[in-house]
Design a protein around this ligand. Structure first.
Ligand code: AMP
Ligand code: ZN
Ligand code: FE
Ligand code: FE
Length: 262
């Protein structure tokens, strides 16, 4: 069994790479990729733990791109010492840090008072500060009752866009991964929420930019969606990948490691 889409404490996941490897072994996973948001920092310890546990480890990353909030590119099997990718990840972390301060002010305007230290604590020292860290602080301080409510009320509202961080274009994301010797894959295509015609047109465009795979098998996809995306992958000669997008029960309670299909 495999799971090629998992987050750790190096971005907004609940578990360290070592803990993820242990959980993967318990779940019967023999091929694992750690795909933190905009970060490769968890790969060395994940690889070391996977080697020790005797499971196959694939270097991974999930890069957020501009255009659609859910336009995420997965990159696989690249060299994590490649300098351009490493330097760009450092830049991503800095841009997220700057956005974190804007989010604090944004929340304050809405009557929510939290500090950057609260967020740092929720992020457990991760250089990648994500909205789920803010959601946890809002939950802890009683501003919301669930993580979902934190997004619906504060973190995924229309005017959040004005404080967003700069993101690479899809073209830049694809090049970044390919330049490091990796395979660029479109993550969770259904989350783009495009109508069938626009969706196919968009996938075609990405293929033109060098996209090599699509995450057709995803924990939130129905059987019909899996079939739909697999047939598109076949049509455009894309590699089919599968991943859960596990973050830990505290962050995404509906997603389990190594479990696909709704
Ligand atoms: P960021 O990288 O800061 O934009 O945050 C992205 C993370 O937030 C990803 O793990 C998303 O799956 C998660 N996320 C985005 N929208 C929602 C939502 N409405 N409810 C729960 N999690 C979400
Ligand atoms: Zn995440
Ligand atoms: Fe994603
Ligand atoms: Fe993800």
């Amino acid at each position: 069994m495999l799971d090629l889409h998992v987050h750790t404490t190096f971005s907004d996941g609940q578990y360290t790479p070592e803990e993820i490897v242990n959980l993967a072994v318990q779940a019967g996973i023999d091929t694992l990729s750690i795909t933190d948001h905009d970060s490769i920092a968890g790969l060395p310890s994940g690889k070391a733990a996977a080697d020790k546990a005797g499971i196959t480890f694939i270097n991974g990353i999930e890069i957020s791109c501009q255009g659609n909030r859910e336009l995420h590119l997965l990159g696989y099997n690249f060299d994590f010492n490649e300098p351009v990718l490493a330097a760009t990840c450092m830049k991503f972390a800095r841009l997220r840090e700057e956005r974190a301060h804007r989010i604090i002010d944004f929340l304050l305007e809405k009557g929510v008072k939290i500090s950057i230290d609260d967020v740092g604590e929720a992020a457990h020292g991760s250089a990648i500060i994500g909205r789920p860290h803010f959601a946890q602080v809002l939950l802890k301080h009683g501003y919301v009752a669930t993580i979902r409510e934190a997004f619906d009320k504060y973190l995924a509202v229309a005017d959040f866009d004005k404080i967003e961080r700069p993101k690479p274009t899809a073209e830049e994301g694809i090049s970044l991964i390919k330049n490091a010797g990796g395979i660029p894959v479109l993550a969770h295509p259904s989350l783009l929420k495009l109508k069938p015609e626009a969706e196919e047109e968009f996938i075609k465009q990405l293929v033109g930019l060098g996209l090599m795979g699509m995450e057709c098998i995803y924990s939130l996809h129905s059987h019909e969606q899996v079939e739909h995306y697999c047939s598109l992958a076949e049509k455009y000669n894309l590699i089919v990948t599968g991943g859960s997008d596990f973050h830990g029960e505290k962050i995404k309670p509906e997603i389990k490691l190594g479990v696909f299909f709704k």
